[in-house]
Design a protein around this ligand. Sequence first.
Ligand SMILES: *Cc1c(COP(=O)(O)O)cnc(C)c1O
Length: 361
Amino acid sequence: MARVFNFSAGPAVLPQPVLEQAQAELLDWRGAGMSVMEMSHRGKEFLSIAEQAESDLRELLGIPPNYKALFLQGGASSQFAMVPLNLLGGKTKADYVCTGHWSKKAIAEGKRFGTVNIVANTEEFKFTGIPPQREWRLDPEAAYLHYVPNETIAGVEFHWAPEAGDVPLVVDMSSTLLSRPIDVSRFGVIYAGAQKNIGPAGLTIVIIREDLLGHAGEQVPSMFNYKVHADNGSMYNTPPAYAWYMAGLVFQWLKQKGGLAAMAERNQRKADKLYAAIDGSGGFYRNPVDPACRSWMNVPFVLADAALDEAFLAEAKGAGLVQLKGHRSVGGMRASIYNAMPEEGIDALIDFMQGFQQQKG
Ligand SMILES: *Cc1c(COP(=O)(O)O)cnc(C)c1O
């Protein structure tokens, strides 16, 4: 068996010990005589898995007691609609920061339900920076302020959280949740599709302050109503049980690794090394993002000579470094280096990049 270093943006690499444990438990989960995929989600075995996962998630993130943690389906993309459907309440307007592809998607969906006020937009700079909050045009009447703390495609990350006063902050943390400690109490709603930094696709985590529940209109479908899911312990219907179990194994792994403070240290070290290699290449490789908001999780870079892109990708693959092709909207390369990417993967990538440059530069 040969495992590669997988730099995919998502679905992304999972920790090998987690995969091994899932494999060992596949046919017979701890004496149940069946796999987790085959269990009733209302039986005591699965309920114990679900409760343990939630309690570990709460511990890792320090989720305060007045927040619900929901384990849903539908991906982050469903949240683009669920947020306005549940949070507009009697209001008609919401503020959005536009710092990339996923911000735009959230904005487009938000416009179906209310008036979207774009408080700042970096599209004309190709999403390579984040304007300081003093330049934003916030609306005090907004039902919420939405932003994307880590833009997965352009590789732009907030290393700070905005001040929104009484307006709830709503964040799409799909590609950064669990990469570092956060102060959950700063946010009204945190949501994330699992397939970047949490577990397999199919699970979506929503962390929501309790006073924001119960404001959906009568016409909102039950499956799109946060309160329905909260009142039913995320089991209004069949939850994504196997993905929930796998995320639980990832939470256990994170705790064994020292929790999110230890992850943050490791993630920053990994990112710093890779950016230093890019910046130190004399222009052979280049990352266009403002150094103050470079992502720890997604590192896009271009080769000065794009004619070498195909050779780069092919030779990298030969060296066991895969899924490095950049998103079609930005071209070049992108190395996604989530929690589960070991430091050896970064070292191997840097070695490869330097060797490639020596050979072609
Ligand atoms: C991947 C991603 C999404 C889309 O997630 P789905 O689960 O496919 O809907 C949304 N936002 C961000 C920041 C992402 O990285």
